[in-house]
Design a binder for this molecule. Sequence first.
Ligand SMILES: O=C[C@H](O)[C@H](O)[C@H](O)COP(=O)(O)O
Length: 225
Amino acid sequence: MNDKELVAQHAARKIEDGMIVGLGTGSTANCFIEALAQRHHQEGLKVQTVSSSVVSAIKARELGLPLLAVEQLKGLDVYVDGADEVAPDMTLLKGRGFDLVREKLLAGASREFWVLINPGKRVGRIGERFPIPVEVMPFAWQLVKESLAAIGGKAELRQTENKDGLVVTSHGSLVLDTAFAEAFDSHTLDTVLNGIPGVVEHGIFSHLTSAVFCARDGRVEEQSA
Ligand SMILES: O=C[C@H](O)[C@H](O)[C@H](O)COP(=O)(O)O
């Protein structure tokens, strides 16, 4: 069993009968969906799920997990997802994929948010390895880019892998990947980004994480808020 499967199974074992479970997006979240489906089928665990992306919804449906639409939700018990960076205070950077808006919506609406990682995701500060993904309304990208420059951010529109077009998120936004030359306080930047007109969402997840489960040397370490 690899680290992603190990940490996914650890999280899936904590799910209880009757819970509404949010499914994240990405390779680690995929392992969790598989582990949860296994418990649902083998142990008769009764859960309802809601997905942060079309990809996760398709996977959940294929594996026979009961799936709710986000529109039906008034809240959920736990949201389980991976992350790109995790700071010591459990602030996250997410959004290397295309599903940032629904990911943050579900994380914020959930009673608990569990983040599944390996030690390679830990950083001293947010933005250490990746630029900050900022989702923008397509017509606003140039003006938002100027606003980001005014606070010290160098923003580039995210291109498709083979550089023949722009990435469009599942929400229909463009992404400005924004690097800051100077170290910044992630909570302050979170607030500042939230206040820029034309910004739909961004990848800093502050004060949302309840627990980080980290697979290391065949064991899972837990860090709780
Ligand atoms: O938008 C992407 C998500 O934030 C993912 O959860 C994140 O990129 C981690 O993905 P993975 O588990 O594949 O490393």
